[in-house]
Design a protein around this ligand. Structure first.
Ligand code: GRF
Length: 207
């Protein structure tokens, strides 16, 4: 039985593209992207979804009096498309508890750093300024905080001596595109359980 995935985006959508491509190659297991929702009209991600034949919806956050009302609309749109798993892919809004409770432990985010280091904006720049030798990317379950939820998967990327934000960011992004489809598949297959602040990956899916 397939599991409906809704992808929330605000911009470029390269991680969305990675999910769509993985799905087209049969690499998402039971996960199926059913809708792409953007809070920004004209986001490039919407064109990517359109090209892949995936329905799109625009829900501009400015049209709503508060976050709860915006999130209630998001939830309505996702449920109308049969979504059980929500993947944030460059979605620049925090989600309210009411929204998260509708998809318990089934909202994922990808971040371009090895959390809990360097949450928030400009994570690649933060890592370079801190002088770390290794950075990377993290897929985590989403909670009400900014990049604070339980970690699911990480990939490590070495920082090279002549790296700048663009070069390091590009190598991290390359790993993001491999990691996110794996994470979505694990969740869709039911291999992920939460144990407090940690996640446990059951069975052989951990590789
Ligand atoms: C990625 O770096 C992701 O880790 C972060 O926002 C960026 C989105 O890029 N959350 P894209 O829209 O998927 O190309």
């Amino acid at each position: 039985m397939s599991r409906g995935v809704g992808v929330l985006v605000s911009g470029r959508g390269s991680n969305l593209q990675a999910l769509l491509d993985a799905g087209a190659r049969g690499e998402l297991g039971p996960a199926e992207v059913r809708v792409v929702v953007s809070n920004v009209a004209g986001a490039l991600a919407l064109q990517r979804a359109g090209r892949a034949g995936v329905p799109t919806e625009v829900v501009p956050h400015g049209d709503f009096p508060d976050r709860a009302a915006f999130d209630a609309r998001l939830r309505q749109v996702l449920e109308a498309h049969g979504v059980q798993i929500v993947a944030l892919a460059g979605f620049m809004r925090l989600l309210t508890p009411g929204f998260l409770q509708a998809f318990p432990d089934r909202v994922l985010n990808i971040h371009p750093a090895l959390l809990p280091a360097f949450p928030g904006l400009h994570a690649v720049r933060q890592a370079l300024l801190a002088g770390v030798r290794y950075s990377g990317c993290t897929v985590h379950l989403v909670d009400e905080g900014c990049d604070t939820g339980p970690i699911l998967l990480q990939a490590v990327v070495p920082v090279l001596p002549d790296d700048d934000e663009d070069r390091l960011g590009a190598r991290i992004l390359h790993e993001e595109h491999r990691l996110y489809p794996r994470a979505v598949r694990l969740v869709a297959e039911g291999h992920v359980v939460r144990a407090g602040r940690r996640t446990v990956i059951l069975g052989s899916g951990a590789g």
